[in-house]
Design a binder for this molecule. Structure first.
Ligand code: SAH
Length: 228
């Protein structure tokens, strides 16, 4: 069986690739997506945007990458691993690793029209093994996705109403594609920053990235050992 791992940023994926010694297999010529293969695994990374010269983070690239990944490799399971913001009011600390709870949601798609409101916010299936999370010492929380690193008052209201514990920029969009393909998705997110903390998210992110990615890589290794 092929297991797929999807990352948004090279900095999130590199320690795992180095530990596993996975070889680079393919670069998508149009979008710059990077694929590494080996050990029954395929690792898909959003890659560098050709014009902006930074990682192609966010939902647009995530959706295209998941679609490409599923069609090219037909994996039995996708794990989306990455960094995220947490909420100290709900017990999160920098360096915590969360396994995504059973649904993923969006916090920045506000469409107050009948029917469209529910579609915008969405309620997308995620595979969550709570017993496994307990065994591996992972927290479990609802992951919410939006296309901004900051958090507007409207976003915060939505995150609170949805009971989200984890705020990031890809997971729900990946869940949207996986659901259509009938492929289970697992979310693993390490906390780089606290949304409800006085210092700027971007400063916290840069300061804590290496710590969080180290924890993410350890958790990913532990999770892989438990999969069939
Ligand atoms: N400023 C960073 C750019 C990436 S931050 C840099 O200098 O390198 C955004 C990435 O980290 C996204 O892929 C997102 O999924 C995740 N992320 C981490 N903390 C986040 C937060 N508080 N809100 C939204 N996304 C966050």
């Amino acid at each position: 069986m092929t297991l797929a791992l999807q990352f948004a940023m090279a900095a999130e994926a590199t320690p795992f690739l180095e530990r596993r010694g996975l070889a680079h297999a393919h670069t998508d010529p149009r979008y710059g997506f990077e694929f590494h293969e080996g050990d029954g695994l395929v690792v898909a990374i959003a890659g560098t945007h050709p014009r902006y010269r930074v990682d192609s983070i966010g939902t647009i690239s995530a959706v295209l990458l998941t679609s490409t990944l599923l069609e090219r490799y037909r994996p039995a399971l996708v794990v989306n691993a990455g960094t995220a913001g947490g909420f100290q009011a709900r017990g999160a600390k920098v360096g915590d690793v969360f396994l995504g709870a059973e649904v993923a949601v969006f916090h920045d798609r506000r469409i107050p029209l009948p029917g469209f409101e529910a579609m915008g916010r969405a309620h997308l299936p995620v595979h969550c093994d709570r017993a496994l999370a307990a065994k591996l010492g992972l927290k479990v929380g609802v992951v919410s996705t939006g296309d901004s690193l900051d958090c507007t008052p409207e976003d915060l209201a939505q995150l609170t109403a949805l009971g989200a514990q984890v705020k990031e920029m890809e997971a729900a969009s990946i869940a949207w594609v996986c659901e259509r393909h009938g492929v289970p998705l697992v979310l693993l997110k390490a906390i780089t920053d606290l949304v409800d903390h006085p210092s700027a998210t971007s400063e916290q992110f840069v300061k804590n990235l290496a710590l969080a990615v180290g924890r993410l890589t350890d958790a990913l290794e532990a999770l892989m050992e438990q999969l069939p």
